[in-house]
Design a protein around this ligand. Structure first.
Ligand SMILES: NC(=O)c1ccc[n+]([C@@H]2O[C@H](COP(=O)([O-])OP(=O)(O)OC[C@H]3O[C@@H](n4cnc5c(N)ncnc54)[C@H](OP(=O)(O)O)[C@@H]3O)[C@@H](O)[C@H]2O)c1
Length: 355
């Protein structure tokens, strides 16, 4: 299953709205087929592995990171394909919560195939996290990225912020942008940094540029900001306020190609925004906002993955990357699991996900 997860990770944003899935077929202790889902509309991981295995699939065990689909979507059902190929046993990491595709386990069992579920569920869940978040919570997946000093600051007392991290870490951020469907910031970052949020550091021009989304309730994004230069990349400004959404400044931004969208105020406004983004086909959101937005996302339990880039610098003062979450005792601390640690040049990159 570990190998199947590794294969599934070869899938990229090209699979969306589908999940990333990997499959390994083993007979008599020998791998006879492998595959992963590479592109939406293309063959599923099971179909690829079965094709490689050919007749050797008969009597084999299939290790699949997600329950084989049970319906005719863009491709025929994988549960039937496994049965037709004579696979004896199927080991599954994660059950498919999608109402149309689920039921593969029952179909396999009814055909006499032995089925084992819940193997490496957490790891395989991370592989399919963008898909699972969309299906389970009906909102976009949020990856929160922050570059901090070793003492957790995002800005010095004088407001300077560039650069905390080094060139390799910044390149990694551009790789994430190209993998995400949208990059999200708050008005504070838009005004303080005038960012471009593009992928210019990539060695080759990105085939896809993420939509730039600014949470800007008062619609203050300056006309002459980089984000309002929308020729190559779309910019979406989101407000909750009717008057600001229809102001003359908003109109001038629209004239430049910026889209202004109003999401009505609510208790769960940020979740509503993420729901809207998913409805627009933006499944994976990379948040590069400042401490205000990061805190609001954590408070609303809307962070699905956190990437901290830790620079070998100390300030001892300045702006902390997170504001109080209203948790006053250690027992209340948000439990995380570290899921990655690596060095990027002089910086350390840590990935965590909520437990
Ligand atoms: N090191 C890093 O990785 C990094 C990343 C980003 C920013 N920064 C630094 O952080 C500083 C800016 O911090 P910031 O906290 O002001 O930036 P921010 O979190 O990106 O923006 C905050 C603003 O977003 C708007 N907003 C809209 N909806 C919101 C909601 N539901 N919850 C929270 N905010 C919402 C608010 O303005 P309205 O009320 O007007 O809508 C709010 O003031 C800058 O110095 C920047 O350089 C550092």
């Amino acid at each position: 299953m570990q190998r199947a997860i590794q294969l599934g990770a070869e899938g990229s944003r090209a699979v969306r709205p589908n999940p990333r899935v990997g499959c390994v077929l083993v007979r008599d202790g020998v791998v006879v087929g492998e595959g992963f889902h590479a592109v939406v509309g293309g063959p599923h991981a099971e179909a690829v592995a079965l094709e490689v295995a050919g007749d050797r699939a008969r009597g084999a065990t299939a290790y699949v990171t997600l329950e084989p689909c049970n319906h005719f979507g863009r491709t025929p059902p994988c549960a039937q394909a496994l049965i037709a190929a004579g696979v004896a046993r199927v080991v599954i990491a994660v059950r498919d919560p999608h109402p149309e595709a689920s039921g593969g386990v029952e179909t396999l069992r009814a055909a006499g195939v032995a089925v084992t579920t819940d193997v490496l569920t957490v790891e395989a869940g991370d592989l399919a996290e963008v898909f699972l978040t969309g299906v389970r919570h009906r909102r976009a997946f949020v990856q929160l990225k922050t570059a901090i000093t070793a003492d957790g600051r995002v800005a010095a007392d004088d407001g300077t912020t560039r650069w905390i991290s080094g060139p390799q870490a910044r390149l990694q951020v551009h790789i994430w942008r190209a993998e995400a469907d949208a990059v999200l910031i708050g008005a504070g970052t838009a005004l303080a940094d005038n960012p471009r949020l593009d992928c210019r550091d990539l060695p080759q021009p990105a085939t896809h540029l993420p939509v730039r989304v600014v949470l800007d309730r008062r619609v203050r994004l300056p006309l002459e900001s980089h984000l309002a230069e929308t020729t190559a990349q779309r910019t979406l400004v989101i407000t909750d306020d009717f008057a600001h959404a229809t102001s003359s400044h908003a109109e001038a931004l629209r004239q430049r190609g910026v889209e202004i969208v109003r999401v009505p105020p609510s208790e769960a406004w940020l979740a509503d925004v993420l729901r809207l983004l998913l409805q627009r086909g933006l499944h994976h959101v990379l948040c590069e906002g400042g401490p205000t937005l990061a805190t609001a996302l954590w408070r609303a339990a809307l962070v699905d993955r956190m990437d901290l880039i830790l620079a070998p610098k100390l300030l001892g003062s300045g702006t902390p990357w997170l504001q109080p979450l209203g948790l006053t005792t250690l027992d209340a601390a948000r439990p995380l699991r570290w899921t990655g640690v690596a060095q990027l040049g002089d910086d350390v990159w840590l990935t965590a996900r909520p437990r």
